[in-house]
Design a protein. Structure first.
Length: 732
């Protein structure tokens, strides 16, 4: 599940409301999108797509085979059968072609007045120029502060790669509104002065015909950064359905294109510049529809993009763009350079982590991206001196970052050798978890006549509609000593409730543990955050019910106590938090300790200390930040319930407000285009408030009415909260 701004989605896909109403949206395009609204039986194409005669299609087929024969790095018939969908097999060099091609595609970060205002995709087409859409940069000024982020993608271990960033050079700027193209220059060196733009390379734009063949049968590919996300590839998901003198048309129900994306054939030749996408919407164009024609619900101006049905994509033909820009700039050497063939490229190899020197590069005479190799072997050339080592030689393949092999080992300490389980092993482990013995949060934990039920979402509120349900339609996930209710839209727990028992000194976790975080297979895994979200993010996986709070067992058993603590390490129980908030001795732990020392009754028959604790995020669309497409809360609540010396129930609430270090966490501010970007303090700062339980209920849409009568908070000057100067100021 990926929640995105509806406004941002329409900007990203270049889709206006008029696109779904059959109205003219430009001087050269007029659409009648009957299938884009309501109960469309076709997934497909409006009447605007030009028809193609059988004779024309046969001619396209012949031209396509001729082009494959001259350009493809594989047998002609094999490549053609795959291109038209009759053969899904691929020669292994298909992957290498992708690796060579994708490095030239970048995420564009649009910046105006020092703030990010949007994202797009662009790709290098010469040693100096990048190609994207006119609607991305309508004038030079829009490109002044913007950047191109290359290698903004995941590596082979699932870790985000630090991008190589180049500033735009708008002294080289050529655009056209009618054809929706924009060529813009980039600085010759990256912002850190480490990489040359020539190191990136560029994609050759071929004006010859035959790059795409039969209408209705050939499949196309897209490399893009949809909504500014990490680089994605839509491989053979787009069916070529039409062509005219200006555009190509391709349809899919699984993915939309991204502004400025290159559209490729199976030989990774650029055939088009993605122009816009059309989604299924209501007849008035106000709401997106899912595949069952149900309106996709909107929360805080955002919708679940995974439910959107994409009907049609349009791209501007590369040959048309090349012809136009050359006619407009006939004597411009920068434009003429687009026609120069790029140098021959090879992938980068390393031995034992040491980068091998590139072999000499020669200019290619034909547009063969790589030489044809008819054998079934992959040949790797290794310098002789590298073979003189007595050590074994490990070879890893990469287009940028050098990585060493990772193996699955037992979780032990903080060893860097087990940072990530193989995905298959991870999924298998998640699916095999046994929850049958988990009793969860116990409402009468403090006493048989001291029932404190788990608070539920307020009936009829928006939050109630966002809760993840189990197979039996219940909403409570039970673990050892705690339970939670999960918000599937926010991808975080709504509330996590834990029974805490025993001397806190005995529950201190001083082990050198390495948590193995898993998703809970009882609810949709896709709605839970995961390793990729948290990896290299500078966020902690913040326990809502703390490891230390659940780490107890009756009867006492070190093995079971350890198990109970480990069961808090589910993503369903975590929120993104800055380091120090939840780590021992974190602020949450200090609050619990202060309440224990000041007012919690010890049981008469033992030294056992009991309390029930409710934790969760406080979402606020005015202050939340967007990180990797996820709305990240700035505030959290904690409500502690205990028995005083007179055996009376008491409760108090706390709110923690965190301000994050801007330099450490790279927020996606452009996904909050309707909200002014926040200025962030340059230091990490925490603010603790003791507050009324009623105020927490209002802020979270959780029904805490049953606890309000036990609230120890005393209003100060009519306010529903008071800043905690120190632990002594806590009122119990």
């Amino acid at each position: 599940m990926l929640k995105v701004s509806k406004n941002q989605l329409q900007k990203e896909t270049n889709q206006d409301v008029t696109d779904t109403l059959g109205l003219s949206v430009g001087p050269d395009e007029s659409f009648e999108i009957a299938t884009a609204t309501g109960n469309s039986e076709n997934s497909g194409v409006g009447n605007s797509i030009p028809s193609v005669t059988p004779e024309e299609n046969q001619k396209r087929k012949e031209n396509r085979k001729d082009m494959i024969a001259s350009k493809a790095a594989e047998p002609v018939d094999f490549a053609y059968e795959r291109a038209i969908g009759n053969n899904d097999s691929l020669y292994s060099n298909f992957i290498e072609l992708i690796a060579l091609t994708k490095r030239k595609v970048a995420r564009i970060v649009i910046k105006e007045n020092g703030k990010r205002t949007g994202f797009a995709t662009g790709f290098m087409v010469s040693k100096e120029l990048m190609l994207t859409n006119w609607h991305v940069f309508q004038n030079k000024d829009m490109a002044t502060s913007s950047e191109a982020h290359f290698f903004y993608e995941y590596d082979n271990l699932g870790h985000p790669i630090d991008p190589v960033i180049f500033k735009m050079d708008n002294s080289k700027f050529y655009n056209n509104k009618e054809l929706d193209y924009c060529f813009v220059g980039l600085a010759p060196k990256d912002v850190n002065n480490e990489y040359s733009l020539e190191d990136i390379g560029y994609l050759y734009l071929d004006r010859l015909i035959g790059k795409i063949g039969e209408v209705g049968v050939e499949k196309l590919n897209i490399i893009h950064h949809p909504l500014g996300d990490y680089k994605q590839l839509s491989i053979r998901e787009n069916l070529f359905v039409g062509i005219d003198d200006i555009k190509i048309y391709y349809e899919t129900d699984t993915a939309q294109g991204s502004s400025g994306s290159p559209v490729f054939n199976d030989q990774w030749q650029v055939v088009g510049l993605h122009h816009k996408s059309i989604a299924r919407m209501t007849e008035d164009g106000k709401y997106y529809l899912d595949r069952h024609d149900n309106i996709i619900p909107e929360y805080d101006g955002k919708i679940d993009i995974t439910k959107v049905v994409w009907l049609k994509n349009e791209g501007i033909r590369i040959s048309t763009i090349l012809k136009h820009v050359k006619e407009e700039n006939p004597n411009d050497s920068i434009i003429t350079a687009i026609e120069q063939l790029p140098q021959k490229e090879t992938l980068t190899f390393s031995i034992n982590g040491k980068l091998l020197n590139d072999r000499p590069i020669k200019n290619i005479e034909k547009q063969n991206i790589m030489e044809t190799n008819t054998s079934n072997n992959i040949i790797i050339s290794v310098p002789v001196d590298a073979l003189s080592s007595e050590n074994s030689i490990d070879i890893s393949l990469s287009t940028k970052r050098i990585a060493t092999n990772k193996t699955i080992e037992p979780q032990k300490g903080n060893s860097s050798s087990n940072e990530l389980l193989l995905e298959a092993a991870k999924i298998s482990k998640e699916d095999s978890i046994d929850f049958s013995s988990c009793r969860g949060y116990i409402s009468d934990f403090l006493g048989k006549d001291k029932d404190v039920p788990l608070p539920m979402p307020q009936s009829g509120g928006d939050i109630e509609k966002e809760i993840a349900l189990l197979k039996d339609k219940s909403m409570v996930l039970k673990y050892f000593n705690y339970s939670l209710i999960f918000n599937a839209v926010r991808r975080m727990p709504l509330i996590s409730a834990v029974n805490v028992s025993g001397d806190p000194a005995l529950r201190i976790d001083d082990s050198d543990r390495s948590d193995d975080w898993l998703r809970d297979a009882r609810i949709d895994k896709m709605c839970q955050l995961d390793d990729k979200f948290y990896g290299h993010s500078n966020f902690d996986r913040g326990h809502m019910s703390r490891y230390q709070d659940a780490k107890w067992n009756i009867p006492a058993s070190k093995e079971n106590e350890l198990r109970n603590g480990i069961y808090t390490c589910f993503y369903s129980n975590a929120c993104p938090q800055v380091p120090g908030l939840n780590r021992a001795p974190g602020i949450w732990g200090k609050l619990e300790k202060a309440v224990l020392e000041k007012g919690v009754k010890k049981q008469t028959d033992s030294d056992e200390i009991k309390m029930s604790v409710f934790n969760g995020p406080i979402f606020n669309k005015k202050t939340d930040r967007i990180f990797r497409g996820v709305r990240t809360p700035m505030d959290f609540f904690k409500i502690i319930v205990w028995l005083d010396d007179e055996d009376n129930l008491k409760a108090t609430a706390f709110k923690l407000s965190q301000k994050l270090l801007l330099g450490a966490i790279d927020f996606d501010e452009s996904l909050l285009l309707d909200i002014e970007a926040l200025d962030i303090d340059k230091v990490v700062e925490f603010k603790n408030y003791q507050c009324s339980i009623k105020s927490i209920s209002e802020a979270t849409e959780i029904d805490f009415k049953g606890l309000e009568k036990y609230d120890t908070f005393i209003s100060n000057d009519g306010l529903d909260h008071s800043l905690l100067i120190d632990q002594e100021s806590i009122v119990v």
